[in-house]
Design a protein around this ligand. Structure first.
Ligand SMILES: [Zn+2]
Length: 213
């Protein structure tokens, strides 16, 4: 399993994510006083806290969203089932996928909740095998969240509609011109996490380790 495999698999693949227990726990958009971006996993929760502390742009965006009641739920693969868009078949999140964003679409394309899945376990596995320092793993978690949450989820929430889609680069297009990567780089700059210039994962610490160069 080389880095190329991760890159290919990290690209959205036409599946819809459904939070487990949907119906009982969702929609949660009206929950009074609830955080705009929420995570149950401690690594993700702590990373969201560090991003909010270090990035004024992130804080301002979330403050502006708070009165709307719209929310992003940051989940781990064990907390979601994946439903195939064409067959409707339900399955588990692909363990080799790194992250995925899925807006919960209501009537007329309206969106109040966006699900963000981050495969913390897989990211941690890769870093452990590479012998990374703990800080490198945590910085990669922040980079992934900057992209998935601020790059993809927040624009959906701001629009409250599918039309808020903020895209990844199309093949042949400069990565830094793509909506989601431009936004990711704003947060990265404020957190001093380096600038992303590619469509893949080349700017994550896990691909900068000497063993992979
Ligand atoms: Zn993306």
């Amino acid at each position: 399993m080389g880095p190329r495999g991760i890159v290919a698999l990290a690209v959205a693949c036409g599946v819809a994510l459904v939070a487990e227990g949907e119906g009982s726990r969702l929609p949660v958009a009206e929950a009074a006083g609830a955080a705009v971006v929420e995570a149950a996993h401690p690594v993700l929760r702590d990373a969201l806290g560090r991003i909010a502390k270090g990035s004024e742009t992130w804080r301002r965006a979330l403050e502006a969203l708070a009165p709307t009641g719209r929310r992003a739920l940051v989940l781990t693969p064990d907390q979601v089932v994946v439903r195939d868009a064409t067959t409707g078949a339900a399955g588990r999140f692909d363990r080799s996928d790194l992250a995925e964003v899925s807006p919960v679409t209501e009537a007329h394309g309206q969106i109040r909740t966006v699900l963000v899945v981050v495969n913390v376990e897989r990211l941690q596995d890769v870093h452990e095998r590479l012998g990374s320092l703990p800080g490198e793993f945590l910085a990669d978690v922040e980079r992934v969240l900057a992209h998935e949450v601020y790059g993809h989820a927040v624009p959906y929430l701001e629009a409250g509609h599918l039309s808020g889609r903020c895209a990844d680069p199309e093949p042949g297009m400069p990565a830094t011109a793509a909506c989601a990567i431009r936004r990711e780089n704003v947060i990265r700059a404020e957190l001093r996490l380096g600038r992303r210039t590619d469509a893949g994962l080349g700017s994550l610490a896990l691909l900068r380790r000497p063993t992979l160069e």
